[in-house]
Ligand binder design. Structure first.
Ligand code: BGC
Length: 801
């Protein structure tokens, strides 16, 4: 089966018909279930065949040495890698003498469907063993959004012919063997052999528990399982365990039409501090609660949680059913990544795969949190509180680098810098401002003053201190920030990166304003008026380079003077460039991996005129190769703003289909969470024209010809605003709350309950379509009609990260 036809187009789910053994790893990422606390890849119940088995717990990692050919001062000494913990998904089935293994026998039917409204992964299979016995297997799996330690599966096997002797082995498997060997791609994960050391085990009745400890990071991980069993009279149950294995077996004989049903509850608990009995008991308690709720109860809770989510967060699209599916898929996975992460990080891949070693980057604050702010604000608070818990480490890092305040890590699991490559790691200081701005957005959107006092202010203060010490006033009084890396990783250690400087400016101003609002807390943090005045001065004097000759902003000082990358001499197979060319060459040429200046125009639109936006966008389009999946969504937003609506539509689809079409060829390592969240931003900030960097939300709606209608909702300061855009008008409706002031096309608009406000669609000019480097144009989005199966069109292979 070719990858693009595997999944059926369906607005509320992802279904796979048949089984593509070669594409399994990708499907496992797509079908991953998570609640942000635990994550299960969509591996088959029986464990094998698999692409990449994966069970992840947020924050559970192992330390590993970071070897340097040549070390240097301030280089991190060890890295952190997410580990595949004890696999509690496995239910093996023996049919007479044959293991139910889809590589053998005849697979008559196989279907999986992930339902976004139910939060369930359902599977149906009919299989004839090599010995000619036929069984039907159906399973339904969930990772609970309401009981965060719990995953469960309802597994049923029915004899089609027979009598058949069946054995079900429900397993806990620690230190699972992982496929692998040396990965040439630096973006994949390090494979750690047997990271778990056995500490305790028990098995009795229908239950088993295993406790392990990671060897170096010293985290204790407990997993327990318990079962409910229904079947013909006289089934037999045994439980046993070994160091790395817990097993509950059920055996019986099934006559044609008879069913054996096993409901498996699995609970995880982990801690770096709690004692063995404490972690074990936590898991047993979670299991007790899950059994008490029961399978039907868990399913009902899941539906209820998601009902509320979709009622307040759905993005509806008329005119492109595949994009509708993709954007719901995106929202569903963003929800899964953040829902219960609770003072832990949200990694670049969520908990869907080990890519990037399970690290969190600026992706979270820049792409994921802006989406969650307006649909699941509590998740944003939790994510920022996690950053706050890492402040002591960030202060230490700043001190080590000779800077004031806090320097947050470019990539990390626990808070320590794990990037061994300084130019595209620590030098990307903008992450400090990305965090600060996410906190400002959260407070503005929710009015959560308590958060601002307890966490937000300190994040702002420590990052402002960092900027003040990193930059300096030159002889002309301009505040300059030199030797930093902006979002575009094909430039590094440059002076006055416009994105960085504008974000730092927002950060410095916001810190001064928040300190003025909360003077006592600010004083306790050692902030005085002299310091806030220095922040204000730096913000006011922030230097933003501009190339008068070309009439565009250079991404950083001197960028527009660099030699142009020779795109004509770069064949398609040489992308992504980072895998085929040395960084030194990329750094000294005009070639852009991902939106940088264009992102600055989104997050600080107020700093550019409309004309500058159009000119800058056209200039950077010719240079941007989108070797990062974090680019298309931003290009979509600004393309829409400058009137390039079809181009914006193409980029939106690219961001949304990144994983469903495996455009980067690496969905197998986990989903691209920033691109998925970015697809939502492309719709809401692109076509909706939402900007939230001012005091009020502002909208400039536009719709490409390919879409008939776009509708979305936003939670803002206790209200629920619904926005509906068609080609003729935009209607704002307040579904909750008393009133809301916003800007539509720059004009104030007050929306009140029961009185939807409607405005006619502005007719923008249609400028000529901008050009991209040859071979790097986005696929043209065809206008879609009605529900269809597959897109039919061959998706381009982007070979992006
Ligand atoms: C991008 C970074 C991003 C990282 C993780 C890299 O390819 O250039 O901006 O943070 O991937 O997604």
């Amino acid at each position: 089966m070719s990858p693009q036809t595997t999944f059926t187009v369906d607005p509320w789910g992802i279904a796979e018909h048949g089984l593509d053994l070669g594409g399994q790893a990708r499907a496992e990422s797509v079908f991953a279930l998570s609640n942000g606390h635990i994550g299960l890849r969509g591996n088959l119940d029986e464990g094998e065949p698999h692409g990449l088995p994966g069970t992840y717990l947020n924050g559970v990692f192992e330390l590993r040495p970071l070897p340097y050919a040549e070390g240097g001062y301030g280089y991190p000494e060890s890295g952190q890698s997410v580990i595949n913990v004890t696999n509690g998904k496995i239910i093996r089935l023996l049919v007479d003498d044959e293991p139910f293994d889809l590589r053998y026998g005849e697979l008559r039917h196989h279907q999986r469907r992930l339902d976004f409204r139910e939060g369930l992964l359902r599977r149906d299979a009919e299989w004839t063993s090599p010995a000619g016995r036929t069984v039907k297997v159906s399973s339904t799996r969930l990772v609970s959004l309401t009981q965060r330690a719990i995953a469960a599966v309802d597994y049923r096997v029915t004899a089609v012919d027979g009598p058949i002797r069946v054995v079900l082995q429900s397993e806990l498997v620690a230190n699972e063997q992982l496929p692998g060997g040396a990965e040439a791609d630096p973006r994949a994960a390090a494979v750690l052999e047997a990271p778990l050391v056995a500490e305790a085990r028990m098995a009795a009745g229908t239950k088993a528990v295993l406790v392990h400890r990671t060897r170096y990071s010293g985290q204790r991980v407990a997993v327990g399982m318990d079962h409910l069993i229904e079947g013909p009279e006289g089934f037999h149950v045994t439980a046993e365990c070994a160091e790395d294995q817990g097993r509950v077996s059920v055996t019986t004989v099934l006559h044609p039409g008879e069913e054996l049903r096993l409901t498996k509850f699995t609970a995880y608990g982990w801690s770096a501090t709690r004692s063995l009995p404490a972690v074990r008991d936590q898991v047993e308690a979670a299991l007790t609660a899950a059994r008490y709720t029961g399978w039907n109860g868990l399913v009902a809770e899941q539906r209820e949680f998601l009902k509320d989510f979709w009622e307040t967060s759905d993005i509806q699209i008329d005119g492109d059913v595949e994009l509708q599916q993709a954007v719901r898929f995106a929202l569903f996975h963003v929800l899964q990544a953040g829902a219960r992460s609770e003072e832990r990080a949200i990694p670049a891949k969520g908990l869907t795969g080990p890519g990037y070693d399970g690290h969190s980057f600026w992706d979270t604050e820049t792409f994921v949190l802006p989406v969650l702010t307006y649909c699941l604000p509590d998740a944003v608070k939790q994510a920022l509180r996690w950053r706050h818990t890492t402040l002591p480490l960030a202060r230490e890092r700043a001190a080590q680098l000779g800077l004031a305040g806090a320097v947050f890590p470019w990539r990390t699991i626990r808070g320590e810098e794990c990037s061994g490559y300084w130019p595209a790691g620590t030098a990307a200081f903008h992450i400090g401002a990305d965090i600060a701005v996410a906190a400002v957005r959260y407070v503005r959107a929710t009015g959560d003053v308590e958060f601002e006092k307890a966490y937000g202010l300190e994040l702002l203060v420590e990052t402002a201190r960092m900027w003040r010490s990193l930059g300096h006033h030159d002889a002309a009084g301009r505040f300059r920030i030199e030797g930093v890396t902006g979002p575009d990783e094909y430039s590094a250690v440059a002076d006055n990166n416009v994105f960085t400087n504008l974000m730092a400016q927002t950060n410095l101003r916001a810190a001064a304003e928040a300190a003025a609002r909360h003077q006592t807390v600010a004083a306790a943090l050692g902030v005085d008026t002299e310091e806030t005045a220095a922040w204000r001065d730096a913000a006011r004097a922030m230097y933003i380079p501009y190339d008068e000759k070309l009439g565009v902003h250079p991404q950083a000082d001197g960028f527009t003077d660099h030699q142009l990358w020779d795109f004509d001499a770069t064949p398609p197979e040489k992308y992504p460039l980072l895998l085929h060319y040395p960084y030194f060459d990329l750094y000294r040429k005009q070639v852009v991996k991902q939106a940088d200046l264009v992102l600055a125009m989104q997050v600080r639109g107020d700093a550019f005129t409309d004309e500058q936006k159009a000119r800058n966008f056209a200039y950077y389009e010719r240079l941007t190769v989108r070797d990062s999946s974090l680019s298309a969504c931003t290009q979509a937003v600004i393309a829409a703003e400058v009137g390039q609506l079809d181009l914006a539509y193409d980029y939106t689809a690219e961001a949304a289909l990144m994983d469903l079409h495996d455009l980067g060829g690496n969905t197998k390592d986990g989903l691209h969470m920033a691109s998925l969240a970015g697809a939502c931003l492309a719709l809401v900030a692109g076509f909706g024209g939402l900007r939230d960097h001012g005091d009020q939300l502002s909208f400039r709606p536009r719709l490409p010809a390919g879409l008939r209608r776009l509708a979305f909702a936003m939670k803002i300061r206790g209200t629920l605003l619904h926005v509906e855009i068609t080609h003729t008008r935009t209607t704002y409706t307040l579904r909750r709350g008393s009133s809301l002031n916003l800007l539509h096309e720059g004009e104030p608009l007050r929306v009140e309950p029961g009185r939807p406000a409607s405005r006619p669609m502005a007719v923008p000019e249609t400028p000529e379509r901008c050009l991209q480097p040859p071979g790097r144009e986005p696929a043209r989005r065809q206008q879609q009609s009605g529900p269809a199966v597959g897109s039919g069109a061959e998706p381009p292979h982007l070979a992006a990260e």
